[in-house]
Structures are given as C-alpha cells and as structure tokens.
Ligand binder design. Structure first.
Ligand SMILES: C[S@@+](CC[C@H](N)C(=O)[O-])C[C@H]1O[C@@H](n2cnc3c(N)ncnc32)[C@H](O)[C@@H]1O
Length: 251
C-alpha cells in the first residue's frame, strides 16, 4: 500500500501566495489531483479517506471535480459531523415540518443572526476564530439559551457544553453548534405550539380502543380541550403515534 498525505497549505493562518487563500488552495488541489491521477493512470486503486461525509463540505469534492470524469469513481457515504454531534448530545434536531439550516460560521454576523432568527433547527460549522461572532449572532437571534457546543464529535475526546459556557480561546477546528428545533417553543415569541400527548377513546360497541399519540397541544394561555368521545380526522392524523393499547380483549 502506498500512502499519500495531502497536507493543506493553509489552515488558520495567512499565506504569502500571490492569489491569497483561494490561490494557494487551488494550486494545492491541482497538485494533489495530479499525484492521484498518476496512481490511477498506472492502474492502481486509490482510496481517499474523508472525515464525515465526503460530499458534505468535504475536501474530497475538489478531487472528485478533477478526477471523476476521467476515472471510475465510487463515493461511500459517511456520517456527517452534525449527525454525530446531535447523537452525542442526544437531543432531537428537527421534527415534522421543522426547517433545518446549516450555516458556516464564516458568514457575516448580520447574516448569521438573520438566518438563525428565521429557522427552527440550526447547525453552525467552521468555528474556531469565528466563535465570538457566532455567539453574538445567536444572542441577537434569541437562540443562545438552547445552543449546544460539541467538540470532536464521535472521537474519544468528544465533549459538549452550552454555548454560553464556552471559552472562545479554546475552540478547535473540529467543533460545531447544535440549535435544536424544539427550542423555538421556548423563545419568548413562542413561534411553535408545544407537542403534547393526544388521547382518543373509541367506543366500538363490544370494546373500547384507546389511541395514544403525540400532537399539537393547546395554545399557551387557552384552557386544554376535553377528550373527544370519538376521533376526528385531526385526532387520527396526529403524527408520532407511540403506542396503541386495546382493552376488553381486542387482542
Ligand atoms: C470541511 S468541514 C468537513 C465536514 C465533514 N465532511 C462532515 O461530513 O461533517 C469541517 C467542519 O466540520 C465540522 N466538524 C468536522 N468534524 C467534526 C467533529 N468530529 N466534531 C465537531 N465538528 C466537526 C467542524 O465545524 C469543521 O469546521
């Protein structure tokens, strides 16, 4: 096995390349593709290891752009960091009609704040030096209280803590922020009706069927509705049914 290390010329620092960061990276990708093409043209198989999913903000894409039309290519899907991070904090990210927005922390602060205020769930990637700006945008959008910072998801050193408690000086490249869609309901504006159990009883003559599900609860401030004697379409269409229990021997 031949091992090729493709080492980035620029990570967090600056570059003296005449084309700046973009110029240095384009040159690096061209040179890397040339090295891999040499192996492929010689009849060798090349495996390019990518972190997370190769087509989700992955550097693999720059090799794909340059080589896949010339050489047979197979892309193996991976678990993206945001899925590993969400699983790590064991918090639902988005459900039902929630909108999920994935944001690079490199966006300008006003754009981050605008997009955060306009979504349910959010993931913010590419932190590091961008962290103070991202934290400020979360605060402006009213989403700071429930935002969770996850570092090195799925690695042995994985750790997570509320964004409020993060020391900006310690934020590494392998980190992101999870803003759960459910936290919209906790905002002062209360954009979402909370999810609450729905119970319907159906009299069938010989037996009683009890359907237990989860659906939109009462609007905050209004009294809860009494249980219905028979189900309506809205009761039946309640999503996320968790169990159906039968009394009187329906089996
Ligand atoms: C160039 S993108 C690569 C994304 C990768 N292809 C994926 O599927 O997640 C790099 C960014 O992904 C995030 N990231 C990657 N791995 C991570 C990890 N293990 N824990 C937390 N964030 C991670 C960080 O925000 C980092 O700045």
């Amino acid at each position: 096995m031949i091992e090729e290390n493709l080492v980035y010329p620029v990570t967090t620092g600056t570059t003296a390349h005449p084309g700046g960061y973009a110029g240095a990276m384009a040159e690096f990708y061209e040179a890397s593709a040339g090295r891999l093409a040499g192996h492929l043209a010689a009849g060798r198989d090349v495996v390019l290891l990518a972190e997370g999913d190769p087509l989700f903000y992955g550097s693999y894409m720059y090799m794909h752009d340059r080589l896949s039309d010339r050489f047979e290519t197979e892309v193996v899907p991976g678990v993206p960091a945001f899925a590993a991070a969400t699983a790590g904090v064991a918090t639902p990210l988005v459900r039902q009609t929630d909108v999920l927005t994935i944001l690079p922390g490199t966006l300008p602060e006003p754009e981050l704040a605008r997009r955060l205020a306009d979504t349910d769930g959010a993931i913010i990637m590419k932190l590091g030096r961008t962290f103070p700006k991202v934290r400020s945008a979360l605060e402006q959008a009213g989403r700071l209280d429930h935002a969770m910072y996850v570092e090195r998801a799925s690695m042995p050193e994985q750790r997570w803590l509320p964004v409020r408690d993060v020391d900006p000086a310690t934020v590494p490249y392998f980190s992101l922020i999870v803003v759960p869609g459910d936290s919209v309901a906790a905002e002062p504006s209360g954009r979402r009706t909370p999810i609450q159990p729905v119970v319907a009883r159906v009299a069938t003559g010989r037996a009683e069927l009890v359907v237990v599900g989860l659906g939109p609860g009462p609007t905050p401030g209004s009294p809860p509705k009494p249980p219905r004697s028979s189900p309506t379409s809205s009761t039946w269409s309640a999503t996320r049914r968790t169990s159906i229990g039968c009394r009187s021997g329906l089996g």
